[in-house]
Design a protein around this ligand. Structure first.
Ligand code: FMN
Length: 198
């Protein structure tokens, strides 16, 4: 099949694009609002964008609580979403009022960060403590109902559960990252292939 995005005339019941850019990592973003109420939500338009300095980014479809909090407080944490936490991850995507603490909603434990104010998900196997850099509004049509923004943060500190560091390497497969595919689908990693660089 072939279609053009100006008209999105794919003829399918759902937009197929997200099913093609898959699996996507999930940034499970925790932040605090101005009153100090914690917020937690998954973002799969998320990635590590650079190292030295390490920079992560996620895109928000309109200004949601995470983006608003991060712009006000200046920091956030990316918590590692693993397969065993799928229902907690999903629960924290619920559209709820800004003052609702999604840690409580999903029965998760908050733990303090070292360099940032935003709390960490204690159940997560790794965490990136991040300082907000800036928000980049993504290009859109003038009459567009939805404006996307890319929120960038510098990774200040990294926590990794030592159980997953083996022979000096992080065993990502053992950490069982939960990934996002299209529609209602999540993915699990099926294996690892290694090659020497040419
Ligand atoms: C796995 C998953 C990934 C998601 N990724 C995104 C995303 O990249 N961008 C986005 O705007 N919403 C995304 N959502 C929806 C948000 O998580 C949802 O709108 C949430 O309520 C936002 O919470 P917040 O307002 O507390 O930031 C995703 C939902 C799920 C379940």
């Amino acid at each position: 099949m072939y279609y053009e995005t100006a008209t999105n005339d794919h003829g399918l019941p759902h937009d197929p694009l997200k099913a093609l850019i898959a699996p996507r990592p999930i940034g499970w973003i925790s932040s605090l609002d101005a009153e100090g109420i914690p917020n937690l939500a998954p973002y799969s338009f998320f990635n590590l964008l650079a190292t030295n300095p390490a920079i992560v980014g996620f895109s928000s479809a309109s200004k949601k609580d995470s983006q608003r909090n991060i712009e006000v407080t200046g920091d956030f944490v990316c918590n590692f979403a693993s397969v065993d936490l799928i229902d907690s991850v999903n629960a924290t995507a619920k559209h709820v009022a800004a003052h609702v603490n999604e840690f409580e909603l999903a029965g998760l434990t908050q733990s303090e960060s070292r360099l940032v104010k935003a709390p960490r998900v204690a159940e997560a196997r790794a965490h990136l403590e991040c300082r907000y850099i800036k928000t980049v509004e993504l290009p859109h049509e003038e009459d567009s109902e939805m404006v996307w923004s890319l929120v960038l943060g510098r990774v200040l500190a990294v926590h990794i559960d030592d159980a997953y560091v083996r022979d000096g390497l992080v065993d990502t497969l053992a950490m069982e990252p939960l990934t996002r595919m299209g529609y209602l689908d999540y993915g699990v990693l099926g294996g690892v292939l290694s090659r020497e660089r040419p």
